[in-house]
Design a binder for this molecule. Structure first.
Ligand SMILES: [Zn+2]
Length: 162
């Protein structure tokens, strides 16, 4: 399996491994402004935000507003809206940055790599060759787009789709 290399994630994951605690961003971010907090979309039960330590441009997450840690804790409405949000996000990414594929995943528990216990699902756009020579041999990866640029494109696409 090809792995994406994102060295800027290392410090964050090292801090978590050492037991450093952070405020729950999925609880606090919805209180901030959309642009300041990179919130792309707000539903009734869930919201969508850009990952600040992306594996690829457009790496985003969908989470319920409620601080729940297990799939079984989601209401049917939260679960359904989370799936709908992922569907919207895929459409927005396809219309803007035209990925060749997507990874969708949820890490449940620290052992599985979850940085925050608040249930959230990652959507990572993939392009053919994105785990390429630069990433695997030179241990460097070029992120070709700023978070602000990605945010602007996706926010516009999501607004159009509503
Ligand atoms: Zn939370």
């Amino acid at each position: 399996m090809e792995r994406l290399w994102a060295p800027w994630r290392s410090q964050f994951m090292a801090d978590i491994a050492r037991g450093k605690t952070f405020e729950c961003i999925f609880c606090s971010r919805p209180d901030g402004g959309d642009k300041e907090c990179f919130i792309l979309w707000r539903g009734t039960h869930t919201f969508m935000l850009l990952n600040l330590y992306p594996y690829n441009p457009g790496h985003l997450m969908v989470a319920p507003y409620r601080h729940v840690t297990e799939y079984g804790d989601l209401t049917n409405e939260e679960f359904a809206e989370q799936q709908d949000a992922l569907r919207r996000a895929i459409a927005a990414l396809r219309s803007t940055t035209k990925p060749d594929g997507f990874n969708i995943g949820t890490n449940l528990g620290k052992a599985a790599g979850a940085g925050f216990p608040h249930l959230h699902t990652h959507l990572v756009p993939r392009w053919s060759g994105d785990a390429n020579f630069m990433a695997t041999v030179a241990e460097a990866k070029l992120v070709s787009e700023s978070l602000e640029t990605t945010y602007g494109k996706l926010k516009e696409a999501l607004t159009k789709s509503i």
